[in-house]
Design a protein around this ligand. Sequence first.
Ligand code: SF4
Length: 239
Amino acid sequence: MNKTLDIYAILLKAFGPRGWWPTTVKGIKPQYHKKRRLNLSSREIFEICIGAILTQNTAWSNVEKAIENINSAGLMNPLKIKRVPSNRLAGIIKSSGYYKQKSVKLKNFAEHILKKHKSGLKKWLKNADINELRDELLSLYGIGPETADSIILYAAQKPKFIADAYAIRIFNRIGFLNSLKYDYVQNYFENILTKDVCLFQEYHALIVELAKLYCKKKKPLCNECPVGKKNLCAFGASV
Ligand code: SF4
């Protein structure tokens, strides 16, 4: 029996499909998509990449505000992000924190697309080999493993498990992990699960929900947690 799939099923039953990654289809506000949408527009794909960079070290609610501001300023495309002055962009994304560094990261990412991928972001992400894409993203300023993997999984729609701090905390407490290193955790899940984009997308979103609602950094709510209630967590069984 694959226990990681048991936990996935428990979380899906408890929380339902999360509809990640939210993107703007109408208006300026990103929306969750309860129905899976595999044919994203170029604009949505760029917005996912922007969101993946902006969400570094901050809550999604702060990113949402920044994305709304970018949308209402009409800047959600690589050329406009490249051309907008850095200090103006920094002001527009201020709610996401570290806004000066993040404005440089966004401009750098936009410039990379325009310079290296003349056929556009959508074609680049669609046609790239997953490992080469990851290496290329990681070579860019301000893009680390979690950001690269978010872009690969949600914008490129290729199967990459995001081993973020939430996943590491939860599965360490459950008792699955022998190491807390990003690459180890990612490989653990990629070896044990079918490499399926929809599964990885949904699993990541469910992990985030579990971490926010129950498996908090301090004082996890094990008695109320859907995984703890099924006696599947070593930490939960010990409290
Ligand atoms: S039982 Fe507790 S430690 Fe285990 S996953 Fe749930 S909240 Fe986290």
